[in-house]
Ligand binder design. Structure first.
Ligand code: 5GP
Length: 234
């Protein structure tokens, strides 16, 4: 009799534990990842590339490129199940969030019709967002919420770094953005008949639950920035 009672308690405990675990567990799309990179791009540096065809009125503020699941070992899961044909039309992201996305996450490329924002978001969701295991609503809301909490241009300006086509020593960027320990990513720009490196993107680390930006574990790193000074294009 006593052993039946004990077994009953054990079964009940296991059922409760299982249902709690299934509540905590991410959806079946979720891949193993450790954090996100919130990738902010400097539009002039994207648009001054040879062959780039951008819409007129290039923003002069950092805009969102994407939020990418990452592993601590350097992996980047991509193209998981859950792709959608069109984020805006999916009906899975509320109007308030779409409004914030239109402001903070614009498509920069020229398109035939409309503004192309939803095509850009859809590309980013299908390639990266699907591997978060989150709903579209949670993923896009967390992305705009984290991005709206930072003003990279203001932080650079307050350290004397302006988008004025001048060269700045790498350490100026390292110091200005030191609290993020971010990845500072460059591309090439033609300047006074030579090729220089220019600031293109800042990759910020976001906790895997989307709740906050934190200093990246590996410290500030430069990606494709060469060894010399870096241009901040206007
Ligand atoms: P990833 O594939 O790693 O998410 O991002 C790289 C791609 O994003 C590149 O092909 C680049 O052209 C694209 N990209 C960056 N900014 C924009 C944008 O504003 N609009 C569109 N449509 N694509 C962009």
């Amino acid at each position: 009799m006593r052993s039946m009672k004990v077994n009953g308690i054990a079964v009940a405990t296991a059922v409760v534990a299982c249902s709690w675990l299934s509540f905590l567990a991410p959806t079946s799309n979720a891949q193993n990842f450790d954090f996100f990179y919130l990738v902010m791009q400097w539009p002039p540096a994207f648009c001054n590339q040879p062959g780039a065809r951008c819409k007129p009125r290039i923003p002069r503020t950092f805009t969102i490129h994407g939020m990418w699941p990452q592993t601590n070992s350097g992996g980047s899961p991509q193209d998981c199940p859950g792709a959608v044909p069109d984020v805006r039309r999916s009906g899975q992201v509320d109007e308030a969030t779409l409004g914030l996305m239109d402001r903070q996450w614009p498509n920069l490329k020229r398109v035939r019709r409309g503004n192309g924002n939803s095509q850009f978001w859809t590309y980013e969701w299908n390639k990266h967002g699907t591997c978060s295991g989150w709903s579209l609503q949670s993923y896009f809301r967390a992305t705009v919420d984290r991005a709206s909490g930072v003003d990279l241009l203001r932080e650079l300006r307050s350290n004397g770094i302006q988008p004025d086509n001048q060269l700045y020593a790498r350490n100026r960027f390292r110091n200005a953005l030191g609290r993020y320990s971010a990845v500072i990513s460059c591309n090439n720009v033609r300047r006074r008949r030579t090729i220089s490196k220019q600031i293109h993107e800042i990759w910020l680390c976001v906790h895997k639950d989307g709740s906050r930006i934190f200093p990246c574990a590996r410290g500030t790193r430069f990606r494709n920035c060469g060894g010399g000074a870096i241009v901040f294009s206007s």
